[in-house]
Design a protein around this ligand. Structure first.
Ligand SMILES: Cc1ncc(COP(=O)(O)O)c(C=O)c1O
Length: 486
């Protein structure tokens, strides 16, 4: 099966159990075995088959096979979220002493995972501008085990040179991972450009209708098998119901991605006619600084763009508050158009310096363009921009640019909470941002107090009895550090 549109509707279809034509949703946590020997063989991995919902389910498997076909990968493993995919990849393929190169401007929580959590386990991370090849070449070294990029990064839509980074990674024995959430395999196929692993936050364009969370990792079989081992042991799995939604969504992915790009192009063209909109970031623009590279590695622009609103952060917030049709929400990749203020939401947990360096200005608004009629979107944008102009006094840039005081406060509080493991500023003026961090920390503490460690040890003993450790060790050998890179 070669055509992408055909694979999107046909790949991964299971044998019907009731002559059904549409893919079935198999909701079961356990499976019947033929006999005791059959159970033992399947648990030990010596016989293929379903064992337990944490790591085997036919509906999830159908989604994995369909996505692998679209990305052109040997195999895929589905996870409960995009962050679960990053966590599982890291647990499977990194160890203490390893070094990671990470693109600046990736999803804020991804940066936090590497800097705040993986650092606790001895993994160091260097963050680099996604579009500066010389800096990547200078920073890679013998300890670099993984190179991680999103391309394009959002919200400022800078692009990584995927072929260059694949070559660089492999020359140094490192794995190259591309987060392909924004482009999807319809617009960009990183494995064909040399990447070892593709990662998705599946609740974005793959679902495309804002209904569920999910994640996935696609790549060569031994690498995917190593990640699957983490699912079995640590459990960040995708629910069968979400897998069923995602499987059906993939069928319309090629149509939707083209539609998103066309509508986003019309909106981007209109935004550039607004004199006081200083910047419009959209990969489909001829004057994008990396237009030639985009044309080489993407077959379309996708649906995400961002632009600056006159009047600094006050203007951006006023603009969002006056939208009538476009939704104020932080997701991306929905059929409905959504507006987000990245500096105070998706990227609110970065430091000021990280935001400044990634170009995430306080006056920047991100639009995830849906598939509505462009004229309706433009009408809404025009009235909200007009209202923002009136609110902040025309083109007078009150608090424009970086260093907006309220932003500084919010960012500073969030960092303090994270650093001090104290939740006492939650509920403060900066509460929305700080509260998230405090909640994370509180959750972590509750887990530890509730004896999470003891539970883990008990689980491990049970797993030993099932012979799982032996299976994991075999998986580990399959991705041993010399053989895993390709
Ligand atoms: C590009 C990208 N990668 C990964 C993630 C994390 O995915 P999830 O929210 O499914 O955990 C996001 C979330 O917005 C994202 O935008």
């Amino acid at each position: 099966m070669t055509g992408l549109a055909t694979a999107a509707v046909r790949a991964g279809q299971r044998q019907p159990t009731a002559d059904q034509h549409s893919e079935a949703l198999v909701l079961t946590s356990s499976y019947l075995f033929d006999d005791a020997h059959d159970a033992a063989e399947k648990f030990a991995g010596r016989r293929a088959g379903n064992v337990y919902v944490r790591f085997t389910n036919p509906t999830v498997r159908g989604f994995e096979e369909r996505l692998a076909a679209l990305e052109g990968g040997d195999d895929a493993v589905a996870t409960g979220s995009g962050m679960a995919a990053y966590t599982a990849v890291s647990m499977a393929l990194l160890e203490a002493g390893d070094h990671v190169l990470l693109a600046e401007g990736v999803f804020g929580t991804t940066t936090r995972l590497y800097q705040h959590y993986l650092s606790k386990f001895g993994v160091t991370t260097t963050i680099l501008p996604v579009d500066d090849n010389d800096r990547w070449a200078a920073a890679i070294g013998p300890a670099t085990r993984m190179v991680v990029v999103e391309s394009p990064t959002n919200p400022v839509m800078r692009v990584a040179d995927l072929r260059f980074l694949a070559g660089l990674s492999h020359a140094h024995g490192a794995l190259f991972l591309v987060d392909n959430t924004l482009c999807t395999p319809v617009l960009q196929q990183p494995l064909a450009l040399g990447a070892d692993l593709v990662l998705h936050s599946a609740g974005k364009y793959l679902d495309g209708q804002g209904r569920c969370g999910g994640g996935a990792v696609v790549g060569a079989a031994p690498l995917v098998e190593a990640v699957r081992g983490v699912l079995r042991t640590a459990g960040p799995s995708l629910s069968p119901f979400n897998a069923w939604l995602l499987t059906k969504s993939l069928e319309t992915l090629p149509l939707r991605m083209r539609a998103h790009g066309e509508v986003a192009g019309a909106v981007s063209d209109w935004l550039t006619t607004q004199d006081d909109v200083e910047a419009v970031h959209f990969p489909g623009r001829d004057d994008h600084p990396q237009a030639a590279l985009i044309a080489r590695q993407q077959s379309g622009p996708g649906g995400l763009l961002s632009f600056t609103v006159p009047g600094g952060r006050a203007g951006a917030w006023s603009f969002i508050d006056h939208l009538k049709l476009i939704s104020n929400t932080t997701n991306i990749g929905d059929t409905k158009t959504m507006a987000t203020h990245p500096a105070s939401t998706t990227h609110g947990r970065l430091t000021d310096e990280q935001r400044r360096s990634a170009g995430i200005r306080p006056d920047l608004v991100r639009l995830s363009i849906g598939i509505e009629d462009p004229a309706d979107l433009i009408e809404d944008l025009a009235q909200a921009l007009g209202a923002a102009r009136r609110d902040v006094g025309g083109s007078e840039r009150a608090g424009a640019g970086f260093g907006d005081r309220a932003d500084d406060l919010a960012g500073g509080r969030a960092d303090d909470v994270a650093d001090n493991v104290a939740g006492d500023v939650a509920g403060d003026v900066a509460g929305d941002v700080a509260g998230d961090v405090a909640d994370d920390v509180a959750d972590d503490l509750v887990d530890v107090r509730a004896g999470g460690r003891a539970d883990d040890r008990a689980d491990d003993r049970a797993d030993d009895r099932d012979g799982e450790r032996a299976g994991d060790r075999a998986g580990d050998r399959a991705v041993d550090r010399t053989g895993a890179a390709r």
